[in-house]
Design a protein around this ligand. Structure first.
Ligand SMILES: [Zn+2]
Ligand SMILES: [Zn+2]
Length: 179
């Protein structure tokens, strides 16, 4: 999704987006286990440029499938992302400037450098998506998870390792009868 710098001006340029995640190269760093997109990346990107400074704003949604952190069942989570990044099409800093590391701090690190006369919008977009991607989901707040002894999914199955020598903090409760 390339855009020539000369096509961006002070007047806002709008680019709708609807792409499967596989077509966004920056997202290929994700393994299937980390996240699997089950809906396209869909939304709107807007750009505005003043001299060498380009403001990129975006609103995109998608849906991502991860494994529940407790019971490992595949669990879908909505992504709803709004972002704003500053891109700089200015000449790269000279090496002399880079040595003054104390000056490179704060918001300067958030500036995305554009090389050449084109921007690939998918690169900053991928970075933004990676930043908000959930790393831990639970299928439900009440998920009981897997038994650490027998591996049974305690949401569906009875634990199979009762009394088989896995002393745990709840052992004392086993003999408690409620009636
Ligand atoms: Zn679960
Ligand atoms: Zn068990």
């Amino acid at each position: 999704m390339r855009l020539k710098l000369e096509d961006i001006g002070e007047q806002e340029v709008r680019r709708p987006i609807e792409l499967p995640a596989e077509q966004i190269p920056g997202l290929s760093v994700l393994s299937e286990e980390e996240a699997c997109f089950v809906a396209p990346i869909r939304g709107d990107l807007r750009l505005r440029r003043r001299d060498t400074v380009i403001e990129l704003a975006g609103e995109v949604t998608s849906r991502v499938r991860l494994r529940c952190g407790r019971c490992l069942v595949p669990t879908d989570e909505d992504l709803d992302l709004r972002f704003q990044v500053t891109l700089s099409a200015g000449a790269p800093e000279t090496s002399d400037d880079l040595e003054e590391e104390t000056e490179l701090s704060g918001d300067q690190l958030d500036v995305w450098m554009v090389e050449g006369d084109e921007i690939d919008l998918l690169d900053p977009l991928a970075e933004q998506i990676l930043m908000v991607l959930p790393t831990h989901v639970v299928c439900s707040a009440h998920c009981k998870g897997l038994c650490s002894g027998c591996g049974a999914d305690l949401n569906k199955d009875e634990c199979q390792c009762k009394g088989e020598g896995f002393p745990g903090p709840f052992d004392a409760l086993k003999d408690l009868k409620l009636d």
